[in-house]
Structures are given as structure tokens and as C-alpha cells.
Design a protein around this ligand. Structure first.
Ligand SMILES: O=C(O)C(=O)C[C@]1(C(=O)O)C=C[C@@H](O)C=C1
Length: 116
């Protein structure tokens, strides 16, 4: 089994020298020599790319909204942060996604209000 596909598209750790993959670039890009598996991987990757685009757009929208909330609050004499709200968000992500959810929520909060 091959562990890694290098970014150049050459298979690594398969016993063949990089760049000498006889199965062609398409197979190398998917990490398998099996045509049916490569086709399915291509389909799945297209959906993954769609999901990633949505995540990036939502990340950017959330950060902009969070910054607007902070600016609105400070302009009205309020605080930059509301820690009770941050705790609610952290708990929601932890409950849904576990420890990774906590890390994700910390990154989301940082993107909106900057590092502490
Ligand atoms: O909900 C707010 O009051 C916000 O300012 C937004 C937000 C967030 O990014 O979710 C950012 C900073 C606050 O400390 C709490 C939450």
C-alpha cells in the first residue's frame, strides 16, 4: 500500500522512483491505480471541494459579523468581548463535536475578535 501522494503527483514510498509512475498522472493524483476507485475518489473530492468552499465563505461571513457586533457594542460604550456568550458558543461546539469542537470554536472566536 502506498502511504502518500506527493504534491507533484508522483507516488512516494511505492518502490518506484518519483516521476516514474507507469500508471499515469490521473491515478497518481488519486493515490490509487484502480480506475473505478479513482473515479469514485474524484466524485467525492468534488463534493469535498464544494464543502470547503462553503466553509471558507461561512468562516469569512462569521468573522465579519462578529467584528460588526464588537464595533457596534464598543461604539455604544459597551465592552469588546462578552465572555458569557463565548462560553455558550464553546459549550455548544464541545457538546456537538467534542474536543475538536472546542478547538474549532476557539479559532472561530479568534477570527472574529482577534487574539486576546
Ligand atoms: O455575540 C457577540 O456579542 C459577539 O461579539 C460575537 C462573538 C462571536 O464571535 O461569536 C465575539 C466576541 C464576543 O466575546 C462574543 C461572541
Amino acid at each position: 500500500m502506498t502511504d502518500v501522494v506527493e504534491s507533484s503527483g508522483s507516488l512516494a514510498r511505492n518502490g518506484r522512483p518519483a516521476g516514474a509512475d507507469p500508471t499515469g498522472a490521473a491515478a497518481a493524483r488519486t493515490g490509487t491505480d484502480d480506475a473505478a476507485a479513482a473515479e469514485r475518489i474524484g466524485e467525492i473530492r468534488r463534493r469535498i471541494d464544494e464543502i470547503d468552499s462553503t466553509l471558507i465563505a461561512l468562516w469569512q461571513e462569521r468573522a465579519a459579523l462578529s467584528q460588526e457586533v464588537g464595533a457596534t457594542r464598543m461604539a455604544s460604550g459597551g465592552t469588546r468581548l462578552v465572555l458569557s456568550r463565548e462560553r455558550e458558543i464553546l459549550e455548544r461546539f464541545r457538546a456537538e463535536l467534542g474536543a475538536d469542537g472546542t478547538q474549532l470554536a476557539l479559532l472561530l472566536l479568534r477570527a472574529g475578535r482577534g487574539p486576546l
